[in-house]
Design a protein around this ligand. Structure first.
Ligand code: AP5
Length: 219
């Protein structure tokens, strides 16, 4: 199953993707996580994209398209993958379609997680994540059991992303509405929408009602 999780910054794509990979046995391909890893390691690519990411801008299409082209060729993608944060522009969406068509493949489903701007602003500003295992928390709605400590791996010192300031989040929202939302025109009937304002468990249930039948038919 080849699926895209689509939605504004802070809609819950990463939170849901981390639950879905275990359920369906396919990897989460998050361009945001891949880019943050480069920034953390101060690789040449990381040094190049650091400032634009911090400000809430978009990294150039050629960089992320190449990352996804390489990543989808790995053996763990042979039964499919779950894209999170890619594609984000019409150019990226067309490149992905062409990349898959060259292998006789296509995207099976796009799950749009709908969430209004005021909700995602709050979620980003209160988000914390584990620098070791990537687990995601929200200081009010999904806090760790022990303050500043990851429930999953025990790492002390959760981080607040530098692009989760109100100013950067507003810029990311502008980018989403201006450059990413128009992508829905590429997907027609395979775009299915869920209400991202519900609880994380309810959102997972809504997504499963879409993906379970597809996973069953592709196994
Ligand atoms: P990326 O990492 O992809 O960020 P994003 O799309 O802005 O999405 P987020 O990670 O902010 O949010 P999310 O939807 O995953 O929400 P989460 O689950 O964490 O990209 C970062 C940057 O990298 C971009 O700005 C850009 O610079 C660059 N980049 C990446 N891909 C690119 C591309 N393809 N092209 C160009 N540039 C690219 O949840 C958010 C918070 O809400 C958490 O605190 C969570 O606990 C909480 N939460 C989640 N679900 C719920 C719920 N149902 N109820 C209550 N709280 C919830």
């Amino acid at each position: 199953m080849r699926a895209i999780l689509f939605g504004p910054p802070g809609a819950g794509k990463g939170t849901q993707a981390k639950r879905l990979v275990d359920l369906y046995g396919i990897p989460q391909l998050s361009t945001g996580d891949m880019l943050r890893e480069h920034v953390k390691n101060q690789s040449p690519l990381g040094l190049k994209v650091d400032a634009v990411m911090k400000s809430g801008g978009l990294v150039s299409d050629d960089i992320v398209i190449q990352m996804i082209e390489e990543r989808t060729q790995r053996t763990d993608c042979k039964n499919g993958f779950l894209l999170d944060g890619f594609p984000r522009t019409i150019t990226q969406g067309q490149a992905l379609n062409a990349m898959l068509a060259a292998k006789g493949q296509q995207i099976d489903v796009v799950v749009g997680i709908d969430c209004p701007d005021d909700v995602v602003r709050d979620r980003a500003v209160f988000r914390r994540s584990c620098p070791q295992c990537g687990a995601i928390y929200h200081l009010q709605s999904l806090p760790p059991q022990v303050s500043d400590t990851c429930d999953r791996c025990g790492k002390i010192g959760l981080i607040h992303r530098p692009d989760d300031t109100l100013e950067a989040v507003n810029k990311r929202l502008n980018k989403f509405h201006g450059e990413t939302a128009p992508l829905t025109s590429l997907y027609g009937a395979i775009l299915k929408r869920v209400d991202g304002t519900k609880s994380p468990d309810d959102v997972t249930a809504s997504i499963r009602s879409i993906l379970d039948p597809l996973a069953a038919s592709s196994s």
